[in-house]
Structure formats: C-alpha cells, structure tokens
Design a protein around this ligand. Structure first.
Ligand SMILES: [Ca+2]
Length: 476
C-alpha cells in the first residue's frame, strides 16, 4: 500500500464524509488514495476502559486510540454471544428468530449468499487478512479473505502455559478459570497474533493494494489467562465486587441465567453463587486480560506509526458484546441486560476524528455501511444498518437513534433512556417483559414494566420493537 500524505487523506475522507451527508450511498471505487482499514475485534470486552470513564482499569493504548478517534458510548451489539454477534456484524444483517442464534453460528450457513464486509472490500480492490478470531469459525465465508491465520500451541484452545493447568484441562476437559503466569506476552495466543500483525504491516507495502487487516484478540474471554505483569497492575481490594449482585426488583425469570459458560471451569461450583473472594479473583483476572489485550493493541498501533501507515489507516475497535462481572448475580454474557449488550466501539479516521465522545445510540450492524462510506465503496442493498460517517464529521448528526438486540427469546429495544425487553414465545407473543429507565436507574435494578405509570410507554415500545427489529425477524 502506498503511503499517502496526511493532507491528501484528509481531503479524501472529508470529501467522502461531506458527500455522505447529502447522499447516503457513496458509489466511489477506491483508488490509490483509499485508506487502509485496521479492524480490531476484542472478545468479550465490555466498555470498562479508561476512555469510557473507568478509573481502575489500565488501558493506555486503547485510550490513545480513543484520543484521536470517536468513542461511541452507547454502542450495542445486536446479539450478546460471539459467533452470532460476529456473523451479524460482518454481514450487516440483524439476528432474527431463526438466524444468528448462538456462539457456534456460521455466517455462511445462517445467511447464505450475504456479501460479507471483508468480501465486499476484497471485491473492491482491498487485500483482506484475518488474524485469529474474526468470524467465530476459521473458514467461515472463506472467500472473504486473501489470507487467514489463527494462532496455535500446546494444549487446547484454552491456552494455558503452566503444566499443571494444561494437565487439568487435558484430563477432565474443565480448565482453570484463570492463570497468572510469569511469562512473556508471546507465550499466549494474543501475543502471537500481535507478532503476526506486525509482520504483515512491515510487508504491507508489497501488496500493491490498500489493506483490510482484521485482528481478533481472544482476551478478555475466559479463561482469564494473562502474564503476571498485567495481574500486578491491580490491587484486588480496589477492584472489589459488583455493587448490585442481585436480580433487578420484579425481573422476570426469563431475564436471568445460570452462567453455564463459567460453570464449565474447574473450581467453579455447579450451582449457587460465588464467594466474594472468588468473585474478586475473577474480576481481577478479567482486568488483567483487558490490560494484556490493550498492550498488544498498543504494539500494533506503534507499528502503524513506525511504517508511516497511521495517517492513511482508519482504525476501528469493537468488543463483540459486553460481559457480566457479578452484576445481577450473573457472570458471562447471554442476557438482555445493559452489561451484556453495551460494548466498546471506537473509530479513528485520520484528519476527521480528534478524540471526542458520542452519545447517540448505535448498533453493530451500522459498522459495515460506515466503513463502506468512509472508503467510498458502494453500500450493498442487503444491509440493515446505517452509516455513522456523517456522525463522525458532525457529532450532533442523528439519522437514527435506537438499537435492537436479541438473545434467544428476549428482544430489546434501546431508545432514549429506556431499555425495553420482551420475551417471546413461538407464536411471537410476549410472555414476559421488562423496562428500565437509565436516567433514574443506570444499573437496571428496578423493572418498571408492571408499573401502572409506565403502561402507555410499554404499549408504545412493544409496537416500536416489532417495527424496528427488522422485516426478516419472523420467517414467512
Ligand atoms: Ca465473545
């Protein structure tokens, strides 16, 4: 990829963004001035980062990216489980009652023929690369990529370095939920992925094309394995435990789950809650993994700078969904609470973004059209989201201000300060619901759906939810 002057890129992207404001369907083909894309997916990363206002977590590198980008503070995944969230985002289409259901989702099987985001860029002259977990499955939508690679090593995907932990994992197929090991960053998969990304960036000038480099980080997904130096950043007494380790008042039973993902791990009880010390240890491990992933991201951002690519590369970072760290007595994702749905989204466009925060609601299906518009590539007609390019230029711009997320029977409409969820039966009728007002109750501790004062609002949201969840939601 040729190195383009900063001035040229500012002009190019500025022109695209200006045209985006008046014409929602930019149809420019990329040319030699087209910016590269660095597309960073972080597994299970909730927006608990310095740039999102967290004062405990250490995330200096993501914060550095944020200081030159736009931080979308109200970005929501469309479904809070890895495979389905990624398939939805990468095809630009919503989950429905029959599509994008669980972690094991294949995009190419659930939405056959849908033009994926990387395939569309590949068709338009980009060299596309997938490093580590981008789609959940390696070889899903295989023709999306010129190059696909995943890290490997001794033992299972859980990737322990201590012999005892490898042995436990191998013998009983239930690994430890965390590992603190005094090893270099490259001992774990994410460190290996980072080195692979650096190698690619050093060689990218030889491709003769702009690149779309997708890098997937596996942490902070369970198990919380990270080098000791990242554990040592934190004082466990400061991390503490969740301040609302109980179900919301009047919450329906459908809203809760038994966090089966965590219970698969050795030392986690098969039923019941965790002790405070166990909860604190898990939170500590999660934080250590966030800082480990953050450090790897910093190395890649440094490499962009060293190779003169930063001024011609759009950087986008997203977590595939949120995570419960004991809030509502829950662990893991897999629910319709804000803790599971709200995820980080940061977009840096050289010359266009300068470190601002945006509070307008957005959802992950908006990412595909955004990247098309920023690079002048046409928008495929199947997309269900809306571009954020105009919003990057003008933070007040508000074409759309809602999100719809889904997890199994639960469908959530996020609009204004409200989170309204319906749990549907097979006939598409609501069998339970919940409503939270984030203005008065940001932690979602009081379900208002049965409160008479909100009856009219519930009726209205129920109707809107059905309008906004997408025409394909129910199979015809
Ligand atoms: Ca995930």
């Amino acid at each position: 990829m040729k190195k383009i002057s900063h001035r040229h890129l500012v002009f190019c992207i500025g022109a695209i963004a200006a045209s985006a404001c008046s014409d929602n369907n930019a149809n420019k083909k990329p040319n030699e001035s087209s910016p590269n894309i660095l597309f960073i997916a972080v597994d299970d990363l909730r927006p608990e980062l310095g740039c999102y206002g967290n004062r405990i977590i250490s995330s200096p590198n993501i914060d550095r990216l944020a200081s030159a980008g736009v931080v979308f503070q109200r970005a929501y995944c469309n479904i809070p489980v890895s495979g389905a969230s990624r398939a939805s985002l990468l095809t630009g289409t919503r989950p429905t009652s029959y599509r994008f259901i669980d972690f094991d989702t294949w995009a190419e099987k659930d939405n056959p023929g849908a033009l994926t985001l990387p395939k569309h860029f590949r068709n338009n002259g980009y060299y596309t690369v997938s490093l580590s977990k981008v789609f959940h499955h390696m070889y899903d939508s295989r023709d999306s990529w010129d190059q696909e690679w995943r890290p490997s090593g001794k033992g299972s995907w859980r990737n322990y370095t201590k012999e005892d932990n490898i042995r436990i994992d191998t013998l009983i197929k239930r690994g430890m939920p965390f590992e603190c090991s005094d090893v270099p960053d490259t001992a774990y998969f994410d460190g290996k992925t980072t080195q692979k990304a650096i190698e690619f960036l050093r060689d990218s000038g030889n491709k003769g094309k702009p690149f779309f480099l997708a890098v997937g980080f596996l942490k902070p997904h369970l198990p919380f394995n990270a080098p000791k130096k990242y554990w040592d950043i934190y004082d466990p007494s400061v991390i503490g435990t969740a301040n609302n380790p109980y179900p919301p008042k009047d919450a329906p039973s459908q809203a809760l789950h038994k966090w089966g993902e965590l219970r698969q791990y050795y030392s986690i009880p098969e039923t019941g809650s965790l002790s405070d010390s166990a909860a604190n240890k898990l939170r500590h491990g999660y934080y250590a993994c966030v800082s480990y992933a953050d450090a790897q991201i910093g190395l890649i951002l440094d490499e962009l700078e060293k190779n003169g690519l930063a001024e011609n590369t759009i950087v986008i970072l997203w977590g595939d969904h949120g995570w419960n760290l004991g809030e509502h007595g829950l662990w893991c994702k897999h629910c319709n609470f804000n803790t599971s749905l709200n995820a980080p989204l940061i977009i840096k466009v050289p010359g266009l973004t300068h470190g601002s925060k945006n509070n307008i609601i957005t959802e992950f299906i908006d990412i595909y059209p955004t990247l098309c518009e920023l690079t002048g590539i046409s928008l495929p007609s199947h997309l269900e989201g809306e571009s954020l390019a105009g919003r990057l230029k003008n933070p007040e711009k508000q074409e759309k201000d809602f999100a719809v997320s889904k997890f199994f029977a639960g469908v959530t409409l996020i609009q204004d300060d409200y989170f309204y969820t319906e749990f549907l039966n097979e006939k598409d009728s609501a069998v339970a619901n919940m409503l939270f007002d984030h203005n008065s109750d940001p932690d979602e501790n009081i379900n208002l759906s049965k409160n008479e004062d909100f009856k009219a609002m519930v009726t209205s949201f129920s109707s809107e939810l059905r309008q906004k969840r997408g025409n394909a939601f129910v199979k015809n």
